[in-house]
Design a protein around this ligand. Structure first.
Ligand code: GDP
Ligand code: MN
Length: 390
């Protein structure tokens, strides 16, 4: 689960990480009042679950309360489009107004779980303020990594070594090491999957503070943190992922793909995404309807897939165990007729009532190609995509 910057910075502050004075506002009038309280230049920041706000006009440094009010008015209620939002953007419902910092240096600091290293890692870079993916691509040697022992934690000497490598002035090495230790403590105690500060800045007057804050929490650990679970903002959820969750489906939209995948079982879903790539295309989504999806759940899954304008073909790969493939076929047919979707569908069905399922689909009038193996499905997919491209 993602949380907003204003919530993340509060958590950082609770753990002793210095953040600029600031408050969140729902209206431009409130933004003005906060700017008046702070006095002096402030930064007005759109609160959305996406980074890249700065370049998109969602972060404005202003000099007076009136300018803060105007900045808030221009941000609130208008879709903000950044490389990390859906193409239509996300509408900010809140802005954060914080004391503006005078920046000397921008750094990057994050704690995350590294699946390959099978350990939490702390990453830092002298190239702050830039997306870390960009640094990884262009200046990989500028990224400093230290692994933490999952049981022992992050040893203080490692935190110190890290802050030395950041080239900080001597008097900031210890405060920075403390900050890194605190960040790591927050990361583990709150079951985060990511705590990222970008930029972490050294100010002109020689302090080190977190100017941005991004935290992602492990969904499966939220039951241990009811106070954090309450920070969930349904406004920021992907509409399709919400619908899918309500129908008991796990659905993740993948950017740039054109093949909608409907599969039962997470392992089979991964294999199906591989097949899609093998056929020369990218999957548009990961969708696991579950091992015992009903006809209605399958219909809803189909509706969600076809509501994605990027989808050009659908690959259905179902294994009938508890799930009845004839019911699945009925769900697909009903949803296709209801939505009027006329996309080519490649179907591979095995197991319970598969013959009946295939017969129903063949007689449905939909553009269905049946395949009886995974490689057959890849071949059929390659063919229908070739046709779609023509
Ligand atoms: P993001 O673009 O969504 O990651 O938003 P950030 O909070 O990281 O802000 C983007 C950029 O705005 C930062 O990298 C800074 O360069 C700049 N910025 C943010 N806050 C301040 C501030 O208080 N003072 C100044 N001078 N610049 C700021
Ligand atoms: Mn940032």
């Amino acid at each position: 689960m993602k949380i907003h910057e204003y919530q993340a910075r509060q958590l950082l502050a609770d753990y002793g990480v210095p953040v600029p004075r600031g408050e969140v506002a729902d209206t431009s009038r409130d933004a003005r009042r906060i700017a008046e309280d702070i006095g002096g230049p402030v930064v007005v920041k759109a609160q959305v679950h996406a980074g890249g706000r700065g370049k998109a006009g969602g972060v404005k440094v202003v000099g007076t309360p009136l300018e803060a009010e105007n900045a808030a008015a221009s941000i609130l209620g208008r879709p903000l489009v950044t490389p990390q939002t859906p193409p239509g953007g996300v509408v900010p419902r809140k802005v954060m107004v914080a004391e503006a910092a005078q920046i000397e240096r921008e750094l990057f600091l994050a704690a995350l779980v590294d699946g390959e290293a099978r350990a939490p890692v702390v990453m830092a870079s002298t190239e702050g303020g830039v997306e870390i993916e960009e640094v990884a691509e262009n200046n990989p040697d500028k990224i400093i990594r230290v692994e933490a022992d999952p049981l022992v934690g992050l040893s203080p000497y490692r935190a110190r070594a890290l802050s030395v490598k950041l080239g900080l002035p001597t008097n900031l090495v210890h405060p920075a090491a403390d900050l890194i230790g605190n960040l790591y403590r927050l990361f583990t105690e709150k079951d985060c999957t990511l705590v990222e500060i970008n930029p972490l800045v050294v100010t002109v007057d020689g302090r080190i503070i977190a100017l941005d804050a991004k935290i992602e929490l492990e969904d499966d650990a939220l039951f241990r943190h009811p106070d954090l679970a309450r920070l969930h903002d349904p406004d920021q959820d992907d509409e399709h992922e919400l619908r899918a969750a309500r129908a008991g489906l796990s659905y993740v939209k993948l950017e740039g793909g054109r093949v909608g995948c409907m599969v039962n079982g997470a392992g089979l879903a991964m294999a199906t995404m591989d097949i899609t790539r093998w056929a020369g295309a990218e999957p548009a989504n990961f969708l696991d309807v579950g091992g015992s999806a009903s006809e209605d759940a399958i219909a809803e899954a189909f509706r969600i897939i076809v509501s994605d304008p990027e989808v050009e073909a659908i690959l259905v790969n179902l294994f009938g165990g508890i799930l009845r493939t004839d019911g699945a076929a009925r769900g697909i047919i009903a949803a296709a007729q209801e939505t009027g979707a006329d996309l080519p569908i490649v179907v591979s069905m095995r197991g319970t009532n598969a013959e009946e399922g295939r017969r129903l689909l063949a007689e449905s009038g939909l553009e269905v190609t049946s395949a009886d193996s995974l490689s057959g499905a890849a071949d059929a997919l390659r063919e229908v995509l070739g046709d779609a491209a023509r």
